[in-house]
Design a protein around this ligand. Sequence first.
Ligand SMILES: [Zn+2]
Length: 158
Amino acid sequence: MVRIGLGRDLHRLAPGRRFLLAGVEIPCEKGELGHSDSDALAHALIDAVLGAAGIGDIGELFPDADPTYRGADSMLLLKTAFDRVKSGGWRVVNVDCVVTCETPKILPYREKIRAALAGALEADAGAIMVKGKTNEGMDAIGQGNAVEVLAVCLLERI
Ligand SMILES: [Zn+2]
């Protein structure tokens, strides 16, 4: 049996914050604003893997209001979420993600990001894809004030 999950996340971008995707820091004037380290790609993937397994979502597992998660390393949260998925008898078949932001460019960091996600999800880097897009100057994302990530994950029963 296979099952698919969809995750989505959006963070405001602000000066003085790190721009993180899957724990990979990308030099940029602005970074993601939020309660944890605000890694939008890790967050979208947490929802994708939990959704595919049908075991809840990021807000349930790691509540915003819980001071434990202030500044939390979101890749550790992703690993924790994936451990739950794995103990339910699932493995990752593949993952596909779209990161939308005006800057920075994702492509030069793509292989590092894929490797980081492959490590967290115990999958082959070849089964993980990440694409960068812009919003062509439209809306808050297009004006460089936010980053949005969409992620899908296919799981297979071991
Ligand atoms: Zn988030």
